[in-house]
Write a protein that binds this ligand. Structure first.
Ligand SMILES: *Cc1c(COP(=O)(O)O)cnc(C)c1O
Length: 408
């Protein structure tokens, strides 16, 4: 099966136009018009604001850069804690360590795979400054419920919506409901510019700070009089190039269509697979939508057949794009050993952090990863309707072979 490819003649033309102009980036790291980038960067950001209905969009050269800038923008102290899901790309948690803050993982919810909100409260401490709300596989975090939990506390919400662009959470776009959030534009995501990312926020100060961090903050900070809080104002070069921005403009035009098609495919899968014995199809929260970066599936506890056996049979039938388990971030050496900088356990030791990354704290994450979760990489391959119809048939054949029911 072909890899999914959304790059067409529109992107080729747009990139060529930039190449012919010879102006591949117009950013300058000093106050003035070009502090905010070139014409394609600005146009791209304007389009993002319009589509996602946000006041500010700040393009960056990756969403890892975006997360780093977003956390810097909220202005935390070293040693502060940010709560994060262990089921996400490492960048969600590592961006926290970039500011010498400490990631605190909360177990995941076995139904949505986002944070287990029942366990969130107990992880909030005096040092908690933010919740990193990761919309894993393409469904928004339950932002309203998180807001309720952190009500009257000085805790910000950072939305990692890398996998959920154009997903809705109660009439609003995933990624836009917290204090600051954004999307990835890397090659594997719904839309891409090769590498790239977008920060979105409705908060003017957070936007200014993120723009500063993107473009060597310290070189220009004295000229931006509205910013007098110097915390985390170490700048980087997170600037997006003009070619990527021009490609991004074309990709944005296609986003809705791409997502709607993926939702159509997911609908076929869900209606075909929902009666299979012991198999749980994706749960989508009421009044919300899922954009299926991954089409997630769970084997019920009652099912006595091992996941590996099922996957082996599905692969033998020719099902393409299966994945099993996900990522348990607390298992990375950096967290197991609690060493991020130097050799002496920085930042945990310096701040006498008691955070415990033992896997005992994450029973749902462990069980799903080791035994019960698998998924279809809907975003990675060029599935057509006939392909997903075939996937349904193949699942049914495997289920029958295993002596399981294929209808209720
Ligand atoms: C892809 C991804 C990132 C990182 O984005 P890049 O643009 O590759 O830096 C962060 N978080 C999640 C959840 C992702 O899926």
């Amino acid at each position: 099966m072909k890899k999914y490819n959304s790059i067409g003649k529109e992107e080729i033309l747009a990139a060529n136009k930039v190449l012919k102009s010879g102006v591949l980036s117009e950013f300058i790291a000093k106050p003035g018009d070009y502090f905010l980038g070139g014409r394609n960067v600005k146009k791209f950001e304007k389009m993002v604001c319009k589509i996602f209905k946000v006041k500010y969009a700040i393009s960056v050269n990756s969403w890892t850069s975006g997360l780093t800038a977003a956390i810097g923008a909220i202005g935390i102290e070293p040693g502060d804690e940010i709560i994060c899901s262990p089921w996400t790309m490492s960048a969600s948690a590592i961006s926290i360590l970039h500011w010498n803050a400490i990631p605190v993982f909360v177990d995941i919810d076995p139904v949505t795979f986002n944070l287990d909100l029942k366990k969130l409260k107990s992880k909030i401490s005096k040092k908690t400054r933010a919740i990193m709300a990761v919309d894993i596989f393409g469904q928004s975090e339950a932002i309203d419920e998180i807001k309720e939990i952190i009500k009257n506390k000085n805790i910000k919400i950072i939305s990692d919506a890398a996998q959920s662009p154009y997903a809705f959470y109660k009439k609003k776009f995933a990624g836009t409901l917290g204090d600051i959030g954004g999307y990835s534009l890397n090659y594997h995501k719904h839309i891409n510019t090769g590498e790239g990312g977008i920060i979105v926020t409705n908060n003017k100060i957070l936007a200014s700070r993120a723009r500063l961090i993107r473009n060597h903050a310290e070189s220009s900070i004295s000229k931006f009089s509205s910013i007098n809080d110097l915390s985390n104002m170490i700048g980087y070069n997170f600037r997006l190039g003009e070619i990527e921005a021009a490609i991004g403009i074309e990709q944005l035009k296609k986003l809705k269509k791409i997502v709607l098609y993926r939702q159509k495919l997911a609908k076929i899968l869900t209606s075909g697979l929902s009666d299979l014995q012991g198999l749980k199809v994706p749960y989508v929260r009421p009044n919300c939508s899922h954009v299926y970066y991954v089409y997630p599936l769970v084997l019920e506890k009652t099912l006595k057949i091992k996941r590996d056996k099922i996957i082996k049979l599905l692969v033998k039938e020719g099902v393409v794009g299966l994945m099993k388990g996900y990522i348990n971030l607390y298992e990375l050496p950096i967290f197991k050993k609690k060493i991020a900088y130097g050799k002496k356990g920085f930042p945990w030791r310096l701040f006498k952090s008691k955070v415990n990354y033992s896997k005992k704290n994450y029973p749902n994450t462990e069980e799903l990863h080791n035994k019960r979760f698998f998924g279809i990489l809907l975003c990675s391959y060029d599935y057509k309707e006939k392909d997903v119809n075939l996937i349904v048939q193949k699942f049914k054949r495997v289920w029958s072979k295993l002596g399981l029911n294929v209808q209720k």
